[in-house]
Each structure stands twice: as C-alpha cells, then as structure tokens.
Design a protein. Structure first.
Length: 121
C-alpha cells in the first residue's frame, strides 16, 4: 500500500497537518472542541450538553487527548478536560470565517459535503 507523501512548498511533509484536520473532521470531536473552547468540562458535562452516550464522548475525548489537543486535570475522582492548545480557538474562528466566505460551497461539495456524507451512510 503506497503512502501519500505530498510535501509543501518548503519540502515539509503535509502529513501532520492532514492528521490534525482528520482529528477534527468528525462532528462529535469538533463539537467537543467547540464546547471546550468555552472552558473546561467533565465527561458528564459533555454528555449532558451534547446529548450523546458516555461511551461515545469518552472515546472521542480519548482520541483528542491522544492527539494532544485536549488535556485532563484530575480533581478527586473527576477529570476536567480543556483544550491543550489554545491555538485551536483561532483555528475554529478561521474556519468559521472561511465557511462564511464560501457560503454553501463546502456543504455542497460532491466529495466531502453533506451529500457525500449521506451516501457513505
């Protein structure tokens, strides 16, 4: 199996950037990051606010933690999660600006838009 090793203008691998965007490409993880941009939260808080199963939220928080995007602060038997990288807030704001500028073009994209997601089922 060939690995795509596309490089950027300075010869740097683009794989780390692609991995970052993949880590944020799942809607539940993106919702967790957006929520944590407003301050720390426990898994129970995220479950209540997002309306998802505890196991789902825990798995996605673990993924974000493994990517070093989220960190936990234990307090007794509880863990309070927060963004490990405050730059994520700027990234989210930039994404919102870009989405405003492109209108519905991204949502209508045949490869990655809403129709493509529905086709994947």
């Amino acid at each position: 199996m060939a690995i795509d090793t596309c490089s950027g203008p300075q010869g740097k691998s683009l794989e780390p950037a692609a991995a970052l965007f993949r880590s944020l490409s799942e809607t539940t993880r993106l919702a967790i990051v957006q929520r944590l941009a407003n301050g720390e939260a426990r898994i129970a808080d995220l479950v209540a606010e997002l309306g998802l199963a505890q196991s789902t939220v825990s798995a996605h928080v673990a993924c974000l933690r493994d990517c070093k995007l989220v960190e936990g602060r234990p307090v007794g038997r509880q863990v309070f999660y927060s963004l490990a990288q405050p730059e994520l807030i700027s990234l989210l704001k930039s994404a919102e600006t870009l989405l405003s500028a492109t209108g519905s073009a991204v949502a209508l994209c045949p490869n990655y838009g809403l129709a493509a997601k529905a086709a994947d089922g």
